[in-house]
Design a protein around this ligand. Structure first.
Ligand SMILES: Cc1cc2nc3c(=O)[nH]c(=O)nc-3n(C[C@H](O)[C@H](O)[C@H](O)COP(=O)(O)OP(=O)(O)OC[C@H]3O[C@@H](n4cnc5c(N)ncnc54)[C@H](O)[C@@H]3O)c2cc1C
Length: 392
């Protein structure tokens, strides 16, 4: 088994597959297994997937539980408040926020030794008899199954789904940052402006994960993104200015947000897509990584069960397609509304948010957050069964 891409989806897939007895080799083109993008929210469904991978306790120890939050308008007034303790009461697990790099490290450390190849880019994936040949910078490997976990600009998807449209700009750019320890507010929030948003949520150790978004043309950006963020959001309501002041020099990353149109199937032959390569979605719901983690667990549950590889991959596809497409649609809807900029539309949006009871919002999220993982079959000593990746 070869996994192309060592982000959250690829590493989680490797952990899960090794747990059920496959030997999975992860190729990551970057020099190490790190993550840009500052922080990450993990909702109960994501934590449940991490429980199935056996790393939830470590992740929770590194993160902070978000106990309260909500949406405020550009003047700072609350439009809606969410008691996130209610999330835990309803779903048995809280909303946890942590540094992306911490999650990636925990996942990378959970992959059995010798299975990670960093600094090794995959340049081709082609059918080879019953299996798949994977060309990478240092040679060719033959595998029974290939997992395409190479993100929104996935080369695996391009090669195996040549008819599918590629990534499209979602219409806004995102700046992400982590503050130094600062005497912050008592709760997180997202402030909705006109075509702009600024969100902040506590991390452990007195730091805050913040993000700003703006509906601007793609491809912008300059040498000093911290300066750009301070210019754009420095006049926003408290505590935004104080949080921005606590962001270190060079501590802001900027990315144009891209999404992928839905695919009818995530499996073709012996190739399966997971995570953003399958369904990169608008990040408004904070579910992209969560869905990647779910994919990983379900793929391993299917491939770890009795039956042929083909039937296992078909089960994976049937299980993940409808759910991820539904979550992506929902996230896209929220993202569209959140970046409205026409003043009358913004006024209606903000009024609707004020009138919607917080309980209703959480109830509506129930099907997304209430996901439960399949049981992972015991893979014995974790050595590979049928899925040995072989040198060609
Ligand atoms: C602004 C923003 C905020 C977000 N906030 C949240 C949040 O709070 N909660 C949440 O759950 N999700 C969030 N997401 C979504 C989440 O970041 C993604 O869904 C998740 O990181 C996808 O992981 P992945 O492993 O599928 O892809 P990626 O993280 O893109 O990883 C792909 C990996 O593949 C490697 N790769 C690519 N091509 C090759 C190749 N040819 N050979 C070898 N390696 C290759 C890349 O280097 C990369 O490491 C957010 C996204 C954005 C943009």
């Amino acid at each position: 088994m070869v996994v192309v891409g060592g982000g959250i989806g690829g590493l989680a897939a490797a952990v899960a597959l090794c747990r059920v007895g496959w030997r999975a080799v992860v190729f990551e083109r970057s020099a190490g297994f790190g993550e840009v993008g500052a922080g990450l929210s993990l909702w109960p469904n994501a934590l449940r997937a991490l429980e199935a991978l056996g790393v939830a306790d470590r992740v929770r120890a590194l993160g902070a539980v978000e106990t309260a939050g909500g949406v405020r308008d550009r003047s700072g007034r609350w439009l809606s408040r969410v008691d996130n303790a209610e999330v835990a009461r309803r779903h048995g697990l809280p909303l946890v926020v942590l540094r992306r790099a911490d999650l990636v490290r925990v996942l990378a450390e959970a992959v059995p030794p010798g299975c990670l190849r960093s600094g090794d880019e995959v340049v081709g994936v082609r059918a080879d008899g019953e299996g798949v040949a994977v060309e990478h910078r240092d040679g060719v490997v033959r595998a029974d199954v290939v997992v395409g976990a190479d993100g929104v600009h996935s080369g695996v998807r391009r090669r195996w789904w040549p008819e599918a449209s590629g990534a499209r700009y979602a219409g806004y750019t995102a700046w992400r940052m982590i503050t130094e320890p600062v005497d912050g507010p008592s709760e997180g929030a997202v402030v909705w402006g006109r075509g702009e948003r600024f969100g902040f949520t506590a991390l452990s150790g007195g730091r805050w994960y913040c993000f700003g978004t703006a509906a601007v043309p793609a491809g912008g950006g300059g040498s000093d993104e911290r300066e750009a963020v301070c210019r754009r959001f420095g006049g926003w309501p408290d505590p935004v200015p104080a949080l921005l002041a606590a962001v270190p020099e060079g501590g802001v990353v900027r990315h144009d947000v891209h999404v992928l149109p839905p695919l009818a199937t995530y499996v073709r032959g012996r190739v399966a897509l997971v995570g953003d390569a399958a369904h990169a979605m608008d990040p408004a719901l904070g579910q992209g990584a969560g869905q990647a983690l779910e994919d990983a667990v379900v793929l391993a549950a299917c491939l770890g069960s009795a039956g042929t590889v083909e039937s296992a991959l078909a089960r994976y596809d049937r299980s993940r397609g409808p759910r991820t497409r539904a979550v992506a649609r929902r996230s896209a809807r929220l993202g569209r509304v959140a970046r409205w900029s026409w003043p009358p539309a913004v006024a209606v949006r903000d009024l609707a948010a004020r009138l919607t009871p917080a309980g209703a919002t959480l109830r509506a999220m129930g099907p997304v957050l209430g996901w439960t993982p399949p049981v992972l079959p015991d893979g014995g000593d974790g050595r590979h069964r049928q899925g040995r990746a072989r040198r060609a």
